[in-house]
Design a protein around this ligand. Sequence first.
Ligand code: UD1
Ligand code: UDP
Length: 370
Amino acid sequence: MKIKVMSVFGTRPEAIKMCPLVKELERHEEIESVVCLTGQHREMLQQVIDIFGTKVKYNLDVMQPKQTLVTITTSVLKKLESVLVTEKPDIVLVHGDTSTSFVAALAAFYQQIPVGHVEAGLRTYDKYSPFPEEMNRCLTGRIAELHFSPTESNKRNLEKENIKNHIYVTGNTVIDAFKTTVKENYQYKDNDVRHINFIGKRCVLVTAHRRENLGQPLENICRAIKRIAEEFLDIEVVYPVHMNPVVKRTAETVLGEIERVHLVKPLDVEDMHNLMARSHMVMTDSGGLQEEAPACGVPVLVLRTETERPEAVEAGTVKVVGTNENDIYESAKILLTEKDTYDQMAHAVNPYGDGHACERIARIILDWKR
Ligand code: UD1
Ligand code: UDP
């Protein structure tokens, strides 16, 4: 009898980290792999599915413009019920800390189907930051049967919460993804990026989208970037803007007309990873970029007040700078002017794995079921 493994995901970062795992599950004859997308994201999710060529059996297609946490939660919970009843998987895999992750875990729990949590054990210990992700991952951890932690410190976090069994340190599947996307002599597919003249210039890559940064913090971030772009004539700032209309509005209002700032559409993951690998530095509030940029030796300024990913901070390639305009400006300025400080941060570290996380996870699922 095959083990039926249903992977449920719905946003861009989950897809980037789950598609390589789905590919690995499909390689095993003893596994029947089924993919169910919640469609919490639409275009940004499809970009990833297309790149990885992932076979999708269900798409719950829940995304609505200006969706709220409640609309995502209720739609996913309701629509997933019939899929789970029909498919009766042996295990449901969810990833990380989005509303999709938590609600899919809850829906599986209601059907008494075991849950495997990929990227388990990340914590800030601040219930409201990141919001709602910190609580999503805590609750998913309570429900899950198997916990796939990227690092030892993630495992210790779970142990502190009295979760004792079935915690496996596997590395992060994002490193598996990264190995397949970054290439030499890469040609960007995105027209806007392809036409930026980077010769003799330093690329500063920016992303920002977190719910707790919407409003004043995001405005501060954009103002700091404006000051940097106006002051440093040898940089090109590339900011692929998240499709959330609130994010777009702020980015376009503050940065729309600024020289050396390129507001571009969300990049597909190959363009994004290759641009990142060639950047001078990254400024971001994203979780995934804090894992990817250190792997290619690119310093990261984290535009948040905390991080659940302390490993690269400890290794010295990531610095948490907060969301105050002047603090962001000063930290960026230091990285653009002080060579010694820059060189200290710009070394490749890889606390998030060796690119074989997916193999480990598949093997653990097979052994667990035996
Ligand atoms: C979600 C996750 C967050 C994750 C982020 C990754 C939750 C609560 N939040 O936040 O943890 O870091 O994804 O990007 O799970 N939109 C589109 N097309 C898309 C995607 C989004 O138009 O392909 C727009 C829609 O108007 C949507 C809005 O963006 O309503 C917000 O999307 P949502 O998933 O609610 O929040 P994110 O900020 O993307
Ligand atoms: N990413 C991408 N295109 C973009 C911006 C980000 O492919 O235009 C990738 C990025 O490399 C990382 C992931 O999306 O792998 C991060 O997703 P996001 O910032 O949406 O979410 P978070 O990591 O904060 O949850």
